[in-house]
Design a protein around this ligand. Structure first.
Ligand code: AMP
Length: 213
């Protein structure tokens, strides 16, 4: 049986946030430490990334950072990481972030976080990996994202089954519980269920090869 040993955390590098967002980031860091789960993240010392990493470390948890050479200065790479991997490209950074985490936790963030979330979700959808993704809807920040996903499902651009591989919630502990359960019993990759072009006529979409009429 697979175990949840590491979580890759995607979140903001912004220094201009309302301080209330830092509360959940620190709580996430401490929670992972408490549960003996390694925190894998982008390696920066700024924003929610820095808050989560420092809190995890202070609570006795293991922190692994993956950052590009260029961002070592820009994001003030955090020197408290148990392991800091410096790579050359953002692609390599994202590849390692996906590879090293047994599961993914998304906290509020900007374009970088959005990209990481969607790349990881699309990778899951097409079967590149079978790792679960949880999103913390802290202070309603991700309500628009949930609406967008619901809208895309309603309009048949996205399959309903996507709801099984990404989970939104307002509280950290149940999200991590869900990640743990999903790592132990992963939903098998099945293009017939996840990919848009395999939607059935009953779904409102045309099955591949189906004729008109
Ligand atoms: P943001 O949500 O924009 O504050 O960014 C969160 C993290 O994502 C930061 O560590 C960014 O450096 C990182 N990031 C932004 N764009 C990319 C990218 N194209 N590939 C990998 N990481 C990125």
């Amino acid at each position: 049986m697979r175990e949840l040993r590491s979580i890759t955390l995607y979140c903001s590098s912004s220094r201009s946030l309302d301080p209330h967002f830092a509360v959940a980031a620190r709580e996430a860091g401490r929670l992972l430490a408490r549960r003996g789960i390694t925190l894998v993240y982008g390696g920066g010392g700024l924003g929610l990334m820095g808050e989560a990493a420092r809190a995890c470390h202070e609570a006795g948890g293991r922190v692994e950072g993956i950052i590009t050479r260029k961002f070592v200065d820009l994001e003030q790479a955090w020197d408290g990481c148990d392991e800091l991997v410096v790579v050359e490209t953002m692609r390599e950074r994202k590849r390692l972030l996906i590879e090293r985490g047994d599961a993914f936790l998304v906290l509020p963030g900007g374009m970088g976080t959005f990209e990481e979330f969607f790349e990881t979700l699309v990778g899951r959808q097409i079967g590149d990996h079978e790792k679960p993704i949880a999103v913390l809807d802290d202070h309603g920040y991700y309500l628009p994202l949930q609406s967008l996903i619901a809208h895309s499902i309603r309009e048949k651009f996205v399959r309903e089954a996507v709801r099984e591989i990404v989970h939104f919630g307002e509280h950290l502990e149940p999200l991590v519980d869900w990640l743990e359960a999903s790592v132990r019993a992963p939903i098998a990759s099945d293009p017939n269920r996840f990919l848009p072009m395999h939607g059935s006529v009953a779904d409102g979409a045309r099955a591949p090869g189906a004729t008109k009429g």
